[in-house]
Design a protein around this ligand. Structure first.
Ligand code: DC
Length: 278
């Protein structure tokens, strides 16, 4: 089963998507981190944001890999071309440049192809902007998560303060968010828009746990296996058919999941350590 969670920056997608993945024992993919990784790689190689050919080559050829803590889906390590980009992709420089990079059709094409490959044969929660409209228009469950701009700015400020990175003034963030919403919604390729059959949820006044509960309930109604139901089932009960329980093509290693290309971990990084990022 594919659960697509789309929505604007700060709508709570990541927190909710990770909760849902954990609760349903699905794989999790943050596609925004892929656009950020390409952007960071370009900036760090001195590539101009209008150099479409070089940006597209990075998206096509430089492998992105995620190592997640298995119990929380917090990212332990994100690499591109084998280089650790875990915290660099959340800097203000990347925030400012990522909309331009993600508007390039060839960049999107390359990353969408990777996203589809990662999901093959897997129960997955995938979050982004165009998952329900472009990447998986036939996803079994599509969610469009919104929240008021003020609430989204407040959340992003708290997140940045906890991560010790980026802007922490909610007023400054509010104008950045408004600009990124405008760019993401107005671009001709895969704009940020709710799929016509998406479940639209406003998280302004709901906690992540409540939003995740609605999504999990709907997913189970549509055929997802509820691991809690299996745990509490009598010994001779069979799990409902129709969903696959474990991501294939990926390897579980200790307390981590690896997704995407598996190169050598960059020097100094220990992919088996859990992240404490909030
Ligand atoms: O979710 P995020 O803020 O980390 O996403 C970073 C940027 O990437 C955002 O400006 C929009 C873009 N993006 C996209 O165009 N399509 C996606 N599927 C995910 C993110």
């Amino acid at each position: 089963m594919i659960i697509a969670i789309d929505g604007p920056a700060g709508s709570g997608k990541s927190t909710v998507a990770r909760r849902v993945a954990k609760r349903l024992a699905f794989t999790y993919l943050d596609t925004g981190a892929m656009y950020r990784a390409v952007t960071w790689r370009a900036l760090s190689c001195g590539i101009a944001l209008d150099d479409v050919a070089s940006l597209s080559r990075i998206a096509r050829e430089e492998p992105i890999a995620f190592t997640h803590a298995r119990d929380t889906w917090q990212p332990d390590l994100i690499t591109i071309a084998g280089v650790d980009a875990t915290s660099s992709i959340r800097t203000p420089e990347v925030d400012a440049a990522v909309s331009a990079v993600s508007a390039i059709p060839a960049v999107r094409e390359a990353l969408v192809e990777q996203q589809r490959a990662i999901a093959r044969g897997t129960d997955i929660v995938m979050e982004g902007r165009d998952i329900g409209t472009v990447v998986f228009p036939a996803a079994e469950l599509k969610v469009f998560l919104t929240a008021s701009p003020e609430e989204r700015a407040r959340r992003r400020a708290g997140q940045n303060a906890r991560r010790h990175t980026g802007e922490t003034d909610p007023h400054a963030i509010l104008s950045q968010i408004a600009e990124r919403d405008r760019l993401d919604s107005a671009r001709p390729t895969a704009p940020l828009v709710a799929a016509s059959d998406a479940l639209v949820l406003d998280s302004s006044k709901l906690e992540a746990r409540q939003v995740a509960a609605v999504i999990c309930r709907t997913a189970v109604e549509r055929g997802a296996t509820d691991p809690r139901a299996i745990r509490h089932a009598p010994p001779d009960a069979h799990p409902p058919s129709g969903t696959r329980r474990h991501p294939t093509g990926r390897s579980s290693h200790g307390r981590t999941w690896h997704i995407g290309h598996r190169g050598d971990p960059p020097q100094g990084a220990d992919p088996s350590e859990d992240s404490h990022e909030a």
